[in-house]
Design a binder for this molecule. Sequence first.
Ligand SMILES: [Zn+2]
Length: 268
Amino acid sequence: MDVEIIERDGNRIRFIVEGVSPAFINSLRRTIMAEVPTMAIDEVVIVENNSVLFDEILAHRLGLIPLTTPEGKYGFSEDCDCQGVGCPKCNVTFTLKKEAGEGIAVVYSGDFESSDPEVVPVSPDIVIIRLVPRQRIEIEVFAKMGTGKDHAKWQPVTVSAYKYCMEFDFDSEKCTLCEDCIEACPKQILKREGDEIVCIDPLACTLCDACAEACDFDAIKINENDTKFIFTVEGLGCIPPESIVRQAAQILIKKSQELEEQMKTMSA
Ligand SMILES: [Zn+2]
């Protein structure tokens, strides 16, 4: 397997994986979305809320705030010594108290006080609610580890997707150099070089086949390479994107090892 990172920018990573099957790359995609754990607010105690938002809508909004998740620091509550009750080893507590004085007050995600400075909202600027004079909220919330298969709020990514790499097959004997294909390409990645049509940026190709359809002489063929993929991961900021991919790979390894061990005990 060959891996090459082609883009790394903030919470986004793009890389090429070569020498694997579509089934493998799809299991990586699904593991990233459904099984890489993050922290999210799961329990909300509302001490006071006389704002316009109902308690349950407020709780739902809070659950969707992405939280920074230090790797390996917290485990699942169900596996903890507290047996899922919730303790400082598996839970982080946030408190928030805000009241509108004479004017309008905006409650931001950054107004929360966290019991662990390593677990805080990814952005302090998420608007939770606006309060008008005499409105007040006081809440205490508990965040815990979870996975995307239980609720989307625990998903570490907004994008986990791959596409096949393309192979550009050009037949110079059939080509009349009419350049219709260059016109037809929506990504404008075809170019004439001498007596040949070349693809200047194969990674940008969306496999739409517009160039092949525009060619009346069957000189162009776009083939999918089903062993080479471009993978895009866009994180929410809870975990760095390369760490998300690494953790997903570890989860797949662990599952394979479990399968191997179960097989061993069965055959013994
Ligand atoms: Zn615990």
